[in-house]
Design a protein around this ligand. Structure first.
Ligand code: ZN
Ligand code: ZN
Length: 362
């Protein structure tokens, strides 16, 4: 059986090479290297073709690579600048060598051209590994489910101590600490804890400012566990919220439920976005929802497929995506509600277990 006929991750990548006119793929994006080989270090590259599976790292990672890298790969040790050794591990003959344009700078491309013999043609081959990564294996979904459970439990523990009077940074730090205590590798990203007007900034950073009574608090956080990320947002009320806050919250929740309802294999990412956006538009707030509805989550916190007005993705069973509409009223407050869901043939499974009703925390 030739390597090309296997259906493991590397085999599936090789099956995609034919349609791009690439003989051999150079993978330099470290998340993609991890996905294909299992290697988690900070310096490594992989070369894959119908008869080639090569992994290259430097002396610092030789032992780690021996433990982590799939046995189907031949491992090489190279000097720190791995690319300098590339010519030594290439097969003979004319070669169309694919590279990842999103991960290869103009400088690196020039260096490659200089190092490689003329028989090698460099071909930009976009998003090949990313396409594979977008459709999760059952084991990957299991890991994302566990990361989500951990993050959900962390928020519940942090909220048990209340919100009013704690600073945004204290709450963010408590979330971080609790996620580590519950066994996370690390946070999936820097937590957002944004109270009152700060919540109107979709990517606010936590401040040394106490959360006031009556403020809405947007909390967006996630855990990384066994390499896989979770992503969730809840908007909580620190004490009783006002009428306007309640009505905006109700609109966002309706949009979020409509979005989740629209998720199904075969539906376009643009369509799902439009379904949720329509609810916000009908309520007169479309200009206050400036970002896409959602994104894929996996080894990276933001990956394919996208749910947005410009998305060309068609959802497939096994995609894991967020559904996260928001309304942001400058100078007043913001509301965002985000769940993580697994796309199935007839709908989706919601991984997030936390209530989406407006919850008042003292
Ligand atoms: Zn998020
Ligand atoms: Zn998100």
């Amino acid at each position: 059986v030739s390597i090309a006929q296997t259906t493991d991750r590397a085999g599936r990548l090789v099956n995609l090479l034919g349609e791009t006119g690439v003989d051999l793929m150079l993978v330099t994006d470290l998340v993609n290297v991890r996905y294909l080989t299992g290697y988690t270090g900070s310096n490594g590259l992989a070369l894959l073709g119908p008869q080639t599976r090569v992994f290259v790292t430097d002396f610092r990672y030789v032992e780690q690579a021996a433990e982590q890298v799939d046995q189907s790969f031949t491992r090489y040790q190279a000097p720190l600048e791995l690319i300098d050794s590339l010519a030594d591990v290439l097969p003979d003959g004319e070669l169309r060598l694919g590279f990842e344009p999103a991960n290869v700078s103009v400088a690196l491309h020039a260096r490659l051209r200089e190092l490689l013999p003329n028989r090698v043609t460099l071909v930009g081959a976009e998003d090949l590994v990313e396409r594979l990564r977008a459709v999760k294996e059952p084991e990957e979904i299991g890991r994302i489910r566990e990361a989500t459970k951990l993050a959900d439990a962390a928020l519940e523990q942090v909220l048990a101590a209340g919100l009013i009077g704690r600073t945004e940074r204290e709450v963010a730090l408590a979330l971080l600490d609790t996620m580590y205590r519950l066994g996370a590798d690390r946070p999936g990203f820097e937590s957002i804890v944004a109270a009152g007007p700060q919540g109107a900034l979709p990517h606010a950073t936590a401040r040394d400012v106490p959360i006031g009574r009556g403020e809405l608090v947007v909390i967006d956080w996630g855990a990384e566990l066994d390499g896989y990320c979770s992503d969730c947002t809840r908007t909580l009320a620190a004490g009783g919220p006002g009428e306007e806050a309640r009505s905006i919250y109700a609109i966002v929740l309706e949009a979020q439920l409509a979005g989740v309802q629209a998720v199904r294999a075969g539906v376009g990412g643009r369509e799902v976005d439009a379904t949720a956006r329509q609810v916000i538009k009908a309520a007169g707030h479309v200009e206050h929802f400036g970002h896409g509805l959602g994104h894929g989550v996996g080894l990276a916190i933001h990956e394919g497929p996208r749910l947005s007005q410009r998305s060309e993705a068609v959802l497939e069973a096994g995609n894991v995506v967020t559904v996260e509409p928001g309304i942001y009223l400058p100078g007043q407050f913001g509301v965002r509600i985000e769940d993580l869901v697994v796309v199935t043939d007839d709908g989706c499974e919601i991984l997030t277990s936390l209530s989406k009703e407006l919850t008042v925390v003292g």
